[in-house]
Design a protein around this ligand. Structure first.
Ligand code: 3UK
Length: 518
């Protein structure tokens, strides 16, 4: 159904076509610091593409690390790499040096473009990355900064003639075991999500103004607040800081009509909705974690709008189960997006009938290819991507989320791997053993709880909890820190000495239930 020509550089559809067809003066990117029309963005993209290919030696297929919060330069660099036939590897702005080094080494990246405000951690990462040859910063005033190079570059650049199935993006998952998987996506995938989800489910218009919170390094953000708007010549608001406290006033101020954010953010915005004029809103997309029906109902009550739930994954690039507004069933994620197929399978991979709970598998035009990873054969079977989610499909083909089937903790839309937090805790001298699980939380969906067994002589008090939390924040991305710490005398172990996270989760649930009764 989705057919694309053999030769295709996706930047044409997101940028050049609009300028060519007389839409160059339309507003494209709006941000607190600067705003760009399509023609202005094209000028910037072309200059950067010239810098990349002529000054920095980027060749087609070359991989470029991008590090930035959501801002116009980030988008310009992103599109420039694609237009030059390169491959983008974008990373979450808050990552620490070791977390930056992993994708750099895994994807053998030689060149990085980085917002100067993130220079400190980038400089710490450099010695850990043997393959990395050059880091170019923007937002500096020195003569080797990106803007200086751009000034001397031509504003004309012809898109590199890539194949539609040339890789253009390697998205790293947050990783169930703490070791992320690189997922590869093609030029045509970037268009396919706009045709499949954008056109059939979202159905936004050129006069819509998009806004949202997810980082562009997360494909939820890339699709939601860059690719979907640019594919239809609409405008998008980029915020570097986009917590609920920033998002709500920005919707009001910029008269945004299409929002992409996580259920947590919708819940957090609810109490303050009446302080702002959000009559501009037309469509609100929720993804990243399960959308509870009470959140759907409360948002509907307050705004008259139906939250558009959708499950997506880095592996599949974007949302593959969702429903257009008139087909929404509150509480269900939706039905497969046209072009995708989904089913529920048992542990042996056999199809389960409607009404039975099992693991969600999905197949479609945009996934799933891992970058040199033996887990490919585990998670991709006969072309089906086996997700880590348990689901139920009803008689009408609607999919109902049940739970994560593995150890991943989804908190405020971020995926946090328990073992990674454990590893960070264990680097503190006071910690003997620990186990990290997610516990249900009204506000964040889940929060990270650490069960900690201290070394002898250490005391498990509030000061120690704070010390350990600060320690984790310094070791790994701060959002992964355990918001709850429980000191214990022993941890549940199997006979072979392995930690039983299942038992910890059950214990945590009992504790939360007991707290609720109190
Ligand atoms: C969970 C959901 C229930 C689910 C993503 C939209 O989240 C995205 O990608 P990730 O690779 O995580 C994938 C996992 O997140 N999840 C996402 N959406 C929902 N669970 N209901 C939902 N609506 O466990 C899934 O396996 O970080 C979301 C678009 C692009 C994305 N990459």
């Amino acid at each position: 159904e989705l057919a694309y020509p053999d030769r295709l550089n996706c930047v044409d559809a997101f940028l050049d076509v609009h300028v060519r067809e007389g839409r160059g003066d339309r507003s494209c990117i709006v941000s607190p610091s600067e705003s760009l029309t399509y023609a202005e963005l094209q000028d910037r993209v072309n200059r950067i593409a010239n810098v990349l290919t002529k000054d920095l030696g980027l060749v087609p297929g070359g991989r470029v690390l991008l590090r930035s919060a959501n801002n116009p330069m980030m988008v310009a660099c992103y599109l420039a790499v694609l237009k030059a036939g390169g491959v983008v590897v974008a990373t979450m702005p808050l990552l620490r040096a070791r977390e930056i080094a992993y994708p750099v080494e895994k994807a053998q990246i030689a060149l990085a473009l980085c917002d100067a405000r993130l220079a400190e951690e980038m400089r710490k990462a450099e010695p850990l990355c043997d393959c990395l040859e050059r880091v170019i910063y923007w937002g500096t005033h020195d003569e080797f900064g990106l803007e200086a190079l751009m000034r001397d570059a031509s504003p004309d650049f012809e898109a590199v003639d890539t194949a539609s199935d040339d890789v253009c993006l390697i998205g790293f998952t947050s990783g169930t075991t703490g070791e992320p998987k690189g997922t590869m996506h093609f030029h045509r995938d970037m268009l396919a999500i706009c045709d499949a989800y954008g056109r059939n489910v979202l159905r936004a218009e050129p006069d819509d103004r998009f806004i949202g919170s997810p980082p562009l390094a997360f494909t939820f953000g890339l699709g939601g607040i860059v690719l979907f708007p640019l594919a239809i010549g609409a405008s998008t608001v980029l915020l570097e800081k986009a917590g609920p406290n920033e998002l709500l006033p920005a919707i009001h101020e910029h008269r945004a009509s299409v929002v992409f954010t996580a259920p947590t953010a919708y819940r957090a915005m609810l109490p303050r909705l009446s302080e702002f004029d959000v009559s501009c809103l037309r469509k609100c997309v929720s993804a990243g974690e399960a959308l509870p029906k009470p959140t759907f109902d409360a948002w509907h009550e307050a705004t008259g709008l139906k939250l558009m739930d959708g499950i997506g994954a880095t592996e599949m690039l974007h949302i593959f189960i969702a429903s257009p507004e008139e087909e929404i069933r509150p509480g269900a994620t939706g039905r497969p997006v046209p072009g995708y197929e989904a089913k529920v399978i048992d542990e042996e991979g056999r199809d389960l009938p409607a009404g039975e709970i099992g693991r969600l598998a999905v197949r479609g035009p945009t996934g799933c290819r891992y970058l040199a990873d033996e887990r490919q054969t585990k998670y991709v079977q006969n072309g089906w991507n086996v997700t880590g989610d348990t689901y139920l499909m009803d008689e009408d083909g609607y999919f109902w989320y049940q739970a994560r089937s593995d150890d991943m903790i989804v908190s405020s839309g971020y995926n946090i791997a328990g073992p990674e937090v454990e590893a960070a805790l264990l680097t503190h001298s006071a910690v003997a053993e620990c186990g990290v699980v997610g516990v249900p939380d009204d506000e964040r969906g889940m929060i990270v709880r650490a069960y900690v067994l201290l070394r002898e002589g250490e005391s498990g008090d509030d000061a120690m909890a704070k010390t350990l939390q600060d320690h984790v924040k310094a070791e790994i991305a701060p959002y992964k820190y355990p918001r709850s710490i429980v000191f214990v005398d022993a941890l549940p172990k199997t006979q072979t000495g392995k930690l039983q996270r299942f038992a910890l989760r059950r214990q945590a649930q009992d504790e939360v239930a007991a707290e609720a009764v109190r």
